[in-house]
Structure formats: C-alpha cells, structure tokens
Design a protein around this ligand. Structure first.
Ligand SMILES: [Zn+2]
Length: 406
C-alpha cells in the first residue's frame, strides 16, 4: 500500500496541475465516504433552460452540459435548485407567463422522473428525500422582473414551491438595482422593500446574487430572515461586481446568511476576468452580442458562448483557470467568517466551468480538496449543504411567525 502511494505520488508530480491529482490514500477514501453520505446541495443550476430542448433528456446521460440525473448520481449531487430565468428586459405579464412555463416544466420533469427525483418545499423534505435515496428538486426564481411588478405573484410563486428569488438579474427591474446596470432606484424602492417582506412571509429566501451593493444592504436591513447569495464568489480574489466584497460577506454572515460559491471562470479568477473584459467589454456587452446572434434560442446562446470561449483560450487570449480556484473562494469565506456561511452555487449549465470541473460528476473533488486542507467532516457537510438547509429552516420559521401575525 505504501509502495503504491509513493508511485502514485510520483505520478502525480508529472501530471499537469490542471488535472485532478490521483491519490490512493486514506483521505481519498474517507472523502468519498463523506461525500456520498452527505446532502450535496447546489443552489443554482440553469438546467431548466435545457428542459425545453428536443435533444436534452434529464433522465439520460447527455454528451454536453453539466447536469442530468445519471451524472448527478455519479457526482453525489442529491439536491438541486432548478433556476427559473428569462432575459431581464422582459417585464410585466409576459415575464410572469414565461416564468410559469418554466416552473411547470420543472414540476413536469420531476413528476416524469419520480423514481429518482422528489419535489421539495422545505429543509425537512430535502432531508427526507436524502434518507429515501432520492434527489431533492427545488425551485429558485432568478430575477424579480418575473413577478411582473405585482406583489401578488410572490404569493403565487410561494404556493408553486419557489424557495428563493433573486431580487434582480443583469438589469435593474422595476424595484431593485442590479450590480451590472446603472443605478436607477438607489437600491430597493419602497415597493421592493414590501416585496422582501412578502418573501419573508412566504418562506421564499431573499437571494442577493446579481443585485447592486446598495440593494444588498437595503435587503439585509429589511429582511427578517437570513439572506442567501445563491451563486456569487469573492471580490477579494476576483474583483467582479457579481461577487461580494469582504464587508458584504461579513454583514451577510452576521445576520446568519450564506454565500454559495459560483464556479464561473470570470467570477473566480482575476486574470481571466481582466482578459475576458478586454475581449468582450464586460459581461453585459458579451450578453448583448450573443443575444443579437441567437435571439431567444438559449441552446444557441450556450453553444456560441462555449465556442467563443474555447477558441479564445486556444489562441492564448484567455488564461487557463483550474477548478481549484473554487476551493480558494470557499477557503477565503471560511477564513473571513467561519465555515457556517459558505456553500455551493455552481451555475452549472449557465456558466463557463474552470478546467477540471467539467460537470457535476466532479463534485467529489471539492470534498477531497477541503479534507486535504484539514477541514473537519462536520464543516465539510455544512459547506456541501447543511448551511443552506439551516438558512432555509430559519426562513421557514420567520414565515410561520409572520403568517401567525396576519
Ligand atoms: Zn445568474
């Protein structure tokens, strides 16, 4: 065994640092055992867009993209928030209609795959699904524009099982400023504050990914329940407006919230972000360019984005980014505010993954890397899903309190 380990260690030295190291020691075994016995919950997956494609089947292993049931099983990802997303410039009743189409698609896909998936509305239901060996499916709405500027839709979304809503997307909506748009409301409007209160009453977690810093601080002040950042990373490592500053992370944690780390290359690696800004003029400019080419065809959008990215990396215009950068972000949050306030929000099927994090089958690498850093089993379980479930439970408690007052 010792000989084998030495050989493996020697082999690992000759491997590219971008490849996952091959260890054959106790830690690798212990990490696998821990990973595959834990609730591994990802708060942000754009897989919903793929449910509308004729070539994609959630139940089968697909040759592209990042998530489907066989690959979730292989990677031990047993709880997923399907993201409901439409372009942030669609507003009013059409936005509500399109959001409902997607909410229905998630429910229908869960129903069709009930052998493997179970729709969950509470932390308790997620835990039960795990005990039964099923994958917990949840819904998050990515952008307040999808309520069509009508607070009643928040209640309807709640009834349909939506468990978080991101207050804005890339553009400001009618009542909240985005981090990637020119400020129009100085954060949250009074109506926006009422919407946050209504979300509290419905047990819909307030998601501050995508929002402006002022919107974040406004939401933090108004919300009676802890907030989440469903898919954001750390500005201290990569200075992107989509990420959170150390002050924001501290304020989020002080009120019991959690930041779920996004794996998108331009959110986790400064050199990559700088190079891609140079190439595309920033995230919104790139989005606009692709929108012109693909219109509303999300498949075309995703494919074109991937092609552009691959070509630029091959030409040396974009640097390589290792999946281990994800670990740097997790570790940064842990050093800043402890292990109770960080989790996983990959942005699978909606972002460009770093090398070595090809899809959700690679998730066990994260557990092993954290174990090699000396993290305790308890802390790793919290990061994999426990922290988010704690915040979800606190939101459920606040909802019960608010409803009993009405
Ligand atoms: Zn997003």
């Amino acid at each position: 065994m010792r000989y084998r380990r030495a050989v493996l260690a020697a082999c690992a030295l000759t491997l590219s640092p971008l490849l996952a190291p091959v260890y054959g020691d106790d830690i690798a075994d212990r990490a696998r055992t821990l990973h595959f016995s834990s609730i591994v919950l990802d708060t942000h997956d754009d897989t919903t867009q793929r449910l509308f494609s004729k070539t994609y089947d959630l139940a089968k292993r697909n040759p592209d993209g990042h998530v489907d049931i066989p690959r979730m099983k292989e990677g031990g990802m047993n709880a997923i928030f399907f993201s409901i997303w439409i372009d942030g410039r669609i507003m009013g009743p059409p936005a509500v209609q399109k959001a409902l189409d997607q909410i229905d698609a998630v429910h229908e896909n869960v129903r069709r795959n009930s052998k493997d998936l179970v729709f969950c509305r509470s932390a308790e239901e997620v835990r039960r699904a795990h005990k039964e060996g099923k994958i917990a499916a949840l819904i998050g709405v990515e952008g307040g524009h999808m309520i069509g500027n009508d607070i009643r839709i928040v209640r309807i979304f709640g009834d349909l099982g939506v468990r978080y809503m991101t207050l804005s997307h890339f553009y400001n909506d009618e009542w909240a400023d985005s981090s990637t748009d020119k400020p129009a409301h100085n954060g949250l409007t009074d109506y926006g504050k009422d919407i946050v209160r209504e979300m509290n009453s419905q047990g819909i977690m307030v998601d501050i990914s995508h929002v402006s810093d002022k919107t974040f601080y406004d939401a933090l002040e108004v919300s009676k329940a802890p907030l989440i950042a469903s898919h954001s990373s750390c500005r201290a490592i990569c200075n992107h407006p989509r990420d959170m500053s150390d002050d924001m992370i501290k304020a989020l944690a002080a009120k019991g919230g959690v930041i779920q780390i996004n794996y998108e290359k331009s959110f986790i690696d400064q050199a990559y972000k700088d190079a891609s800004d140079k190439l595309s003029g920033g995230v919104v400019a790139m989005f606009d360019q692709l929108k012109k080419q693909c219109g509303d065809d999300q498949e075309c959008f995703g494919k074109r984005m991937l092609e552009m990215e691959k070509q630029a990396t091959a030409e040396g215009k974009l640097p390589h980014v290792s999946w281990e950068r994800i670990i740097d972000h997790i570790d940064h949050v842990v050093k800043l505010v402890g292990a109770d306030h960080v989790g996983l929000g990959s942005d699978f099927d909606g972002a460009t993954m770093p090398e070595g994090m090809n899809d959700c089958t690679r998730l066990p690498q994260i557990t092993e890397a954290l174990m090699r850093k000396g993290y305790s089993d308890d802390d790793i379980r919290k990061i994999l899903g426990g922290n988010l479930l704690r915040v979800m439970e606190q939101n459920e408690k606040v909802a019960r309190e608010q409803q009993s007052k009405q």
